[in-house]
Design a protein around this ligand. Structure first.
Ligand SMILES: *Cc1c(COP(=O)(O)O)cnc(C)c1O
Length: 457
């Protein structure tokens, strides 16, 4: 039995009846979770894995309560989904009301207003003031697939250019777009053709002093030589590469790539599935780069935990596809749309973009202190409430995934959910709910700091 010395903070928005504190009453995972793990082994395909097998019973704000009664601090938000917090009141109320009125009609059969309202909101919130249109679907991968369909259809070209360290999903096309073999692609081919990969800007691993413009030149030179600009339908990029390790391109990189696309009639598509909806301190990460993409894909945080995804883009592109060419049975479910409207209201009313910037400065301050103390922390990077540290063998830039895993495992045993990421598996990333209060964040960071000290000290 462990008992954490957590300081209960003021309840975060959406905290419901769950006190916003870390409180451990059993080992993590506890006996009831372990029992469920035994059932799982006989019921769930082993290819579906879990980072921390503490089975969740309820959650609110930034706290997960497991089936053994432990309160865990969630610094992962279910992979960047519950930015508005678990069980955000506006999301819960909107879903409850919608579920009682109707759950499905299929927008392609008999439409409903909430779908329009979500599209209007996304058209208004995504970067750029031009005339925009949106289509809704169910998952991030599906949004990326639709963005590629639209780009190919309107350009009459086939090639899709993506980047090293990219993650775009697990369907056949999006596996092809994703960079990392293990675990995403291995043995799952053949993959979709006409996908080309070029290097992004990765300041920690690029040659010293390489500017964003130089990194962009390196990428577009490859495209020009190996693909040919008039064969390229779209260039697809995450403005901060997420699963690949929270890689923030050098300033000017995105703008230079977008400018090259504009000059050559190539669709510039930003995958803001992980960065979008206030996470980085703005509505969208492209806002901070002064870049207006032709197409934006969104998903994760848009609907406060319900499955919803979207492609938003310039009207003449989005309207370039024949009627019936886009859609899907469940796309833009009325329940998910209601949730999205509640979530977007919450982001606005609580100024979660401002809150993300505040959390980012607190987190970055801590992480940089550790970096100064431990040479095993090669890099600290990110923006807003999307921060990470890259673990390396001291004195080198050689990735050290084993130590990163041990740091994460230490946090898990102490009731703090942190995630790893990175092409080399050596990055610890923090994606707290944006409503987390300062005391709870401080407790979570304290646990992480202790883990870092024990593993790297
Ligand atoms: C998570 C993610 C996806 C895939 O979304 P799913 O909903 O899991 O299909 C695509 N792109 C990025 C940048 C992501 O972070």
């Amino acid at each position: 039995m462990t008992s954490a010395d957590a300081t209960p903070g003021p309840a975060a928005a959406g905290s419901g009846s769950i006190v916003q504190e870390r409180r451990l009453v059993t080992d993590i995972p506890g006996p009831r979770s372990l029992e469920m793990e035994r059932r799982r082994a006989h019921a769930v395909a082993s290819g579906v894995s879990s980072t921390l097998p503490a089975y969740v019973e309820r959650a609110s704000g930034a706290v997960l309560v497991d089936v053994d009664g432990n309160s865990l601090i969630d610094l992962g938000s279910g992979i960047g989904v519950v930015g508005v917090g678990h069980a955000a009141p506006a999301v819960v109320d909107a879903v409850r009301d919608q579920v009682a009125r109707f759950t499905h009609s299929c927008f392609m059969v008999t439409p409903y207003e909430s779908y329009l309202a979500v599209c209007e909101a996304l058209n208004a919130l995504t970067p750029g003031d031009g005339d925009k249109r949106t289509m809704l679907c169910n998952s991030g991968a599906e949004a990326v697939e639709n963005a590629v369909k639209i780009a190919r259809h309107v350009t009459g070209r086939q090639a899709v250019v993506v980047f090293d360290h990219a993650y775009h999903g697990r369907t056949n096309l999006t596996m092809a777009l994703t960079a990392r073999n293990m675990p995403y692609r291995d043995g799952f081919g053949p993959f979709a053709p006409e996908v080309y990969r070029v290097p992004p800007s990765y300041p920690y691993r690029d040659p010293d002093g390489m500017t964003g413009e130089e990194a962009a030149r390196r990428a577009v030179d490859l495209i020009e030589r190996q693909v040919g600009p008039d064969r390229v339908a779209c260039v697809l990029i995450e403005p901060i590469l997420g699963e690949g390790g929270f890689i923030v391109p050098a300033p000017g990189f995105l703008r230079a790539v977008a400018g090259w696309c504009r000059d050559r009639g190539v669709v510039f598509a930003a995958d803001e599935i992980q960065t979008g909806f206030c996470r980085t301190g703005s509505w969208f990460a492209c806002d901070e780069e002064g870049v207006v993409p032709d197409l934006v894909t969104t998903a994760k945080a848009v609907a406060g935990g319900l499955p919803l995804a979207a492609v938003t883009g310039r009207a003449e592109l989005m309207d370039g596809v024949h009627a019936g060419g886009l859609g899907g049975t469940f796309g833009g479910s009325p329940v998910a749309c209601a949730a999205a409207l509640g979530a977007i209201d919450t982001m606005r009313s609580l100024d979660l973009a401002g809150r993300a910037a505040h959390l980012g400065s607190v987190i970055a301050g801590e992480l940089r202190t550790w970096q100064a103390a431990y040479p095993g922390i090669g890099d600290v990077r990110g923006r807003g409430a999307m921060m990470a540290l890259e673990v390396v063998l001291p004195g080198t830039s050689e990735p050290d995934p084993g130590t990163a895993r041990r740091i994460a495992a230490h946090c898990h045993r102490q009731g703090v959910v942190v995630l790893t990421c990175g092409t080399f598996g050596n990055v610890i990333r923090l994606l707290p709910p944006l409503v987390i209060d300062d005391a709870l964040l401080a407790d979570g960071l304290g646990v992480l700091g202790t883990a870092v000290g024990e593993e790297l000290g």
